[in-house]
Design a protein around this ligand. Structure first.
Ligand code: FES
Length: 157
């Protein structure tokens, strides 16, 4: 029956946090790419905090591990090396600059397109860094490239 197959076997919970590296090592290298349940994830250490997100940019699959981190309106953002899209490390929001031509002296302002890049929860335990597998019940723009790369090891940058 359905339940007997798992009898006696010790299985990892599919949503259990996945070990991705030593806290000290990631602090030193500032970023690593890894796989979390077959999904390519980039982990950043930036100004005292760890962040994790899908490794391929939601726009066209650019390698976020090669991007620069910049502060935009007080939010740390990764700048995709391909077309310079800006993504907040904390929430995965895509930021863009908008101008209101109706203003007397129009100045560009940063606005959010909403959450585009899937971010992943990072936990530190005893000097070890873990990333939790995502809740895929809501789909996000970056899922397209995450899935594409999962099934295609030739999709290299
Ligand atoms: Fe990242 Fe285009 S692929 S900005």
């Amino acid at each position: 029956d359905l339940c007997s197959s798992s009898k006696g076997a010790v299985e990892m919970e599919p949503d259990a946090p996945v070990y991705v590296g030593k806290e000290d090592d990631i602090k030193k290298s500032q970023r690593i790419t890894t796989k979390v349940n077959d999904r390519e994830v980039v982990v950043f250490y930036h100004e005292g905090k760890f962040y994790a997100m899908d490794a391929r940019c939601y726009h066209a699959g650019g390698p976020l591990r090669l991007g620069e981190i910049e502060d935009i309106n007080g939010q740390p953002c990764i700048i995709c090396p391909w077309h310079k899209y800006k993504i907040t490390l904390e929430t995965g929001e895509g930021l863009y600059q908008a101008i209101n031509p109706m203003e007397p002296s129009p100045t560009p302002r940063w606005r959010s397109k909403g959450v585009k890049q899937r971010i992943h929860k990072v936990t530190i335990d005893n000097g070890n860094v873990y990333v939790s597998p995502p809740d895929l019940s809501v789909s996000l723009a970056s899922d397209y490239y995450a899935d594409k790369c999962k099934n295609n090891s030739d999709f290299t940058m």
